[in-house]
Design a protein around this ligand. Structure first.
Ligand SMILES: NC(=O)c1ccc[n+]([C@@H]2O[C@H](COP(=O)([O-])OP(=O)(O)OC[C@H]3O[C@@H](n4cnc5c(N)ncnc54)[C@H](O)[C@@H]3O)[C@@H](O)[C@H]2O)c1
Length: 255
């Protein structure tokens, strides 16, 4: 796909990697729609993108809400005069051990059902709803050649403390494979990216000594910058023979 003819929707585009995807795609000539929860963040990214070659338009939408997603796909399609790409980027985490025994009191702490559901709703149900509505729009409009990029995580391999997040991110890679099989006949490609540690507000909020310890496990000894993950997004969008695979952009963390 030529980025100059790309019309791409990015979810969670007001912060971190999503913001970098929106701005870089527009810099490379694509027209971009994006959604997020905060109106303020959306307007800030739109303002930043004002002078870029591609058009950028933001919408308030919760990817875990079916009605929001149905409206979002329709609004994005209308605003860009078509749609042929989707980046499922919006994501959250609510870390905690499945169960934990307090050394002193013996009290058992459990991961709450609320924290399980919150993460599954945003990180797995969100991409399900967005991809379903996007694919339906591709069929309805007879769009030839389109692409879905799912942002997974190294946690897809199973990361202690992330029962909810690991399940969602592994499920997203499984769906990337089966969507490639189900949707290939309609000319819809799917790809996933599993980043390791990326320099976004999540990481910037960590205690420096904790971060330093985590980065020691990375062969490249540093976190990725968002634009380095964007390079994988760009590859998946541009390479018309790529589908059903996950690219690990993790500095060698999972070798
Ligand atoms: N930062 C990392 O180290 C890292 C590593 C691997 C994977 N990831 C994944 O990359 C993606 C982006 O992460 P980030 O670090 O840029 O996070 P971030 O918190 O900076 O940005 C995520 C954006 O998604 C938005 N969002 C959250 N819930 C939403 C919802 N229900 N509907 C719409 N928008 C919603 C947030 O408001 C925010 O703007 C996530 O899926 C995350 O799991 C991040």
């Amino acid at each position: 796909m030529d980025l100059n003819s790309a019309k791409i929707l990015v979810t969670g585009g007001a912060s971190g990697m999503g913001r970098a995807f929106v701005l870089n795609l527009a810099k490379d000539g694509a027209d971009v729609a994006f959604c997020d929860l905060s109106e303020e963040g959306i307007r800030a990214v739109e303002a930043e993108a004002a002078d870029l070659p591609g058009k950028v338009v933001g919408f308030t939408a919760n990817v875990a809400d079916e009605d929001d997603v149905i409206k979002l796909i329709s609004d994005a399609h209308e605003a860009l005069g078509g749609l042929n790409g989707l980046v499922n980027n919006a994501g959250i985490f609510r870390d905690g051990l499945l169960v934990k025994k307090d050394r002193e009191t013996g009290a058992i702490k459990k991961m709450s059902l609320k924290n399980w559901n919150m993460v599954i709703n945003v990180d797995l149900t969100g991409p399900f709803l967005c991809t379903r509505e996007f694919a339906a729009k591709m069929l309805e409009t007879g769009t030839k050649g389109s692409v879905v990029v799912n942002i997974s995580s190294v946690a897809r391999h199973g990361n202690p403390g992330q029962t909810n997040y690991s399940a969602a991110k592994a499920g997203l890679v499984a769906d990337t494979k089966l969507w490639a099989q189900e949707l290939g006949r309609y000319g819809i490609r799917t790809g996933a990216i599993a980043p390791g540690f990326v320099n976004t507000p999540i990481l910037q909020g960590m205690r420096p000594e904790v971060l330093e310890g985590m980065l020691k496990a990375v062969p490249l000894r540093r976190a990725a910058e968002p634009h380095e993950v964007y390079q994988a997004v760009k590859f998946i969008v541009e390479c018309d023979y790529f589908t059903g695979r996950c690219i690990d952009v993790d500095g060698g963390l999972t070798i």
